[in-house]
Design a protein around this ligand. Structure first.
Ligand code: ADP
Ligand code: MG
Length: 794
């Protein structure tokens, strides 16, 4: 028998068996899903002691195991079984009690049970109030979802929506901040939320407050009403209006610590000290000096204070690494600082409330609140950055004498146990002289100090709780001196309606800064001021715009010269465009020049050969043709302009012109909106149909495929990150901590590998098949080419 020949009938026998095994496999999977669904519905939460007791997919169980999560926390124990049953949840549990897993596990399971594929589009949306928190949630998702085949993306602001459009359309899970998500939904037709199965709001009370109202309403409007919704926070909202906005269905309120004696973690020691405003920085400095071997997080109420204290204390060398973080920094800097603080053993981070919520910095020893938080909820979240997950921690609140009574009453009212401590006077060091010295030497820092002063004053002024915050009672002059300033800067108080608006505005809208400061740094502002003072003639020269380098006289000369030439060459002139000297037209065209009058209103000046040539190009001439007029035809076939003038008398009869105008505009706007909606939904419908087709094709293809790597998981796309974070100009690779090096799944496919890498892979693949001949350099000479050809033929 010839080598390799097959036994008669071996092929037909083999094929059906393989097909049979595939069908069996699929059947087994279906059964598995059904069992999972059934066990979830019947699951008795009282029997739960380990994650392995939960009816979870093998992929999630493996992810949890790999991340060393074994025993669920209280909130996880209560919330996960309910969420797996498909219930809407309002989850409330103290800071650091493991709420993230309580919603991420259900997210993965819901999609798994729906057999979600990339073609199904967006299945889960997780909203976070800050970028840093979104990144952190995304990291946890990647860890526990590493064995799943979903694609996941991070949408937290940045530039260039265009680049992201397509990628985003293929994501199954998105972790986002509200503003950026809204922007995408409005401008990106590839992003479709019609299929969304589960919506999660982390720090739900914050997301539902006024600052995010528009964005959340826009997001919720476009997603299906029958999706599942999970809301989590340490300070949960029970406000019916808020919940109605999200159309929750009979939500289960899961509050594990409601009967606890305190609203803050049990292992957190909380203290306050009474300090006059002008002594705050002395005490802060003394505290830092006494704790240089600790990890300290210090909260201020505004960006400018954070910067001032950071810049000055740095110069004074406290003997502990200093960091600062606020919302006005570039995104990459923010990421870097967050990572630095997370990884450091001892350092001191000055921050605004951007880090107050949700962030899980490991092992913070102290949380110091130099400025009184705006309310008790903010207090609870700030101190919650320490004493997380069974660790202990300490917190100190600085209170001005005028704030003591009001704030203590508020804290007591919300079950926050706090004790007064006194500062040892002999340990207190004054920094006023040093600050004065720094401000005197460096005008930029002095300027920053002034801004810090006004920002602080403003933050007190806009607070609603008048029993705590009263600007008039504060010793502002002494406060300014304590910052090293020669005198108290004038505070521009807002006038009239503005004040009311500001007072009633949600905190999300109240920038923690001078609104007039804008986003610009002090250096830029100072530069601007300097620029105003000294402007050289060169500055002025470069500032001039729309200037012609030739004088008018010279331009005229050229024109005349060309005209002479053209007389001789008339036979070359462009025909058929009403060409000629239009000086007598009587409009504002220069006399003696040639213009081409195309049917539109703008005439083209022909002042050079190039222009004459241009006139032969139909495309170029389009610009001068103006816009066509759209006509509509009546039943008799008569053409009419779309808007025709009506009889003046009749118009007057119909009422006031301005009113009519308003009405007309409103009607037209409505018409445009309707047309726009129709267009959008048509486009989406088409996309949907396309996706369905793609999915059907994929399923067909999968019929015959088994990835055969024996890992028990099908191939496909592993939980792949896509990141849209607020990059400023740096390349995506530079974001620390987002690109995982070795992902454990064997058959993985990165969505966004760069072209070079793809080329390399292709080459490698082809090489295996013996198809590629490698050359060190591109063929230049004939010899090179010959060598290449020979290689190819071989
Ligand atoms: P919260 O959102 O409630 O403030 P997180 O979800 O950020 O809390 O979790 C706080 C810390 O607890 C994190 O470091 C997390 O890794 C850890 N953690 C959460 N759940 C568990 C668990 N079941 N076992 C061990 N550690 C956990
Ligand atoms: Mg959290």
């Amino acid at each position: 028998m010839a080598k390799g020949a097959k036994l008669p009938g071996s092929q037909p026998q083999y094929k059906p068996r393989r097909k049979e095994s595939r069908t069996l496999k699929r059947k087994r999977e279906e059964e598995e899903l059904e069992t999972l669904q059934k066990s979830a519905l019947e699951f008795d939460a009282s029997t739960l002691s380990q994650f392995s007791d939960l009816p979870l997919s093998r992929a999630t169980a493996a992810g949890l195991d790999k991340s060393h999560f074994k025993v669920p926390t209280d909130i996880q124990r209560k919330a996960i079984p309910l969420a797996l049953k498909g219930r809407d949840i309002l989850g409330a549990a103290k800071t650091g009690s493991g709420k993230t897993l309580a919603f991420l596990i259900p997210v993965l399971e819901v999609l798994y049970r729906h057999k979600w594929t990339p073609e199904d589009g967006l299945g889960a949306l997780i909203i976070s109030p800050t970028r840093e928190l979104a990144i952190q949630i995304f990291e946890v998702l990647r860890k526990i979802g590493q064995r799943h085949s979903f694609s996941a993306g991070l949408v937290i602001g940045g530039k260039n929506l265009q680049d992201e459009r397509e990628r985003l359309g293929r994501m199954n899970i998105l972790v986002c901040t509200p503003g950026r998500m809204k922007q995408h939904l409005e401008q990106n037709p590839d992003l479709d939320t019609y299929n969304l199965q589960i919506l999660v709001l982390d720090e739900a009370d914050r997301i539902l407050d006024m600052g995010f109202k528009d964005a959340i309403d826009a997001i919720v409007q476009g997603i299906p009403k029958d999706r599942q919704t999970l809301l989590f926070s340490a300070t949960q909202t029970k406000n019916v209006n808020d919940l109605a906005r999200l159309s929750l269905k009979d939500p289960e309120y899961v509050a594990v610590h409601e009967s606890a004696t305190s609203a803050t973690p049990g292992k957190l020691q909380q203290h306050y000290i009474i300090t006059p405003l002008p002594e705050k920085l002395d005490i802060l400095w003394s505290f830092i000096r006494a704790n240089v071997k600790s990890k300290i997080l210090v909260f201020f109420s505004s960006t400018k204070q954070v910067r001032f204290v950071y810049e000055t204390f740095r110069q004074m060398q406290p003997g502990i690494p200093l960091l600062h973080l606020h919302g006005k920094q570039k995104q990459t800097a923010r990421l870097e600082i967050t990572a630095n603080f997370s990884n450091s053993k001892n350092s001191c981070l000055f921050a605004t409330d951007v880090v107050a919520r949700g962030l899980d910095f490991p092992a913070v020893d102290w949380v110091i609140q130099v400025d009184c938080p705006e309310d008790v909820d903010t207090y609870i979240h700030r101190v919650g950055r320490t004493a997380r997950y069974e660790r202990d921690g300490r917190a100190v609140l600085f209170l001005c004498p005028t704030e003591e009574k009001g704030m203590l009453a508020r804290l007591q009212g919300k079950k926050v146990p706090i004790e007064k401590i006194n500062v040892k006077q002999n340990k207190k060091q004054s920094v006023q002289n040093q600050l004065q010295g720094i401000c005197f030497k460096d005008p930029e820092i002095k300027y920053l100090g002034q801004k810090a002063f006004t920002s602080y004053s403003r933050s007190v002024y806009i607070r609603k709780d008048r029993e705590i915050f009263d600007l008039e009672k504060l010793p502002l002059q002494e406060f300014a001196t304590s910052l090293g300033l020669p005198g108290a800067p004038r505070i521009k108080f807002l006038k009239g309606d503005d004040v009311k608006q500001r007072k009633n505005a949600p905190r999300g809208l109240l920038k923690d800064d001078d609104s007039s400061d804008g986003d610009e740094s002090v250096e830029e502002e100072m530069k601007k001021e300097k620029k105003k003072e000294v402007r050289t003639k060169y500055d002025r020269m470069f500032e001039r715009q729309n200037q012609n380098i030739f004088t008018e006289h010279y331009t005229e000369m050229i024109r005349h010269g060309e005209e002479e030439d053209e007389k001789d060459e008339d036979f070359l002139a462009v025909k058929g465009h009403g060409y000629g000297s239009d000086a007598e037209d009587g409009d504002d065209k220069a006399p003696g020049l040639k213009y081409i009058q195309v049917h539109g209103k703008d005439a083209m000046l022909v002042d050079s050969k190039r222009r004459e040539k241009l006139a032969t190009s139909k495309k170029a001439m389009l610009k001068y043709k103006g816009k066509g007029t759209k006509l509509v035809f009546d039943e008799e076939g008569e053409a009419h302009a779309i808007y025709e003038f009506e009889d003046e008398e009749e118009f007057k009869k119909a009422g006031d012109a301005e009113e009519q105008r308003g009405k007309f505009l409103a009607e037209e706007a409505k018409r445009v909106t309707v047309a726009d909606e129709e267009d959008k939904s048509l486009a989406k419908e088409k996309k949907r149909a396309k996706k369905e087709r793609q999915k059907a094709r994929l399923l067909e293809d999968m019929e015959g495929e088994d990835d055969g790597d024996g890992d028990g998981f099908d191939g496909g796309v592993p939980l792949v990150p896509y990141v849209d974070y607020g990059r400023d100009d740096e390349s995506e690779d530079e974001a620390p901590g987002l690109v995982e090096e070795d992902r454990p799944i064997k058959k993985q496919k990165k969505w966004f590998e760069d072209d070079e890498e793809e080329e390399r892979k292709k080459a490698k693949k082809a090489k295996k098949k013996g198809k590629v001949v490698e050359m060190q350099e591109a063929p230049e000479t004939l010899d090179d080419l010959e060598a290449l050809a020979a290689g190819l033929l071989a």
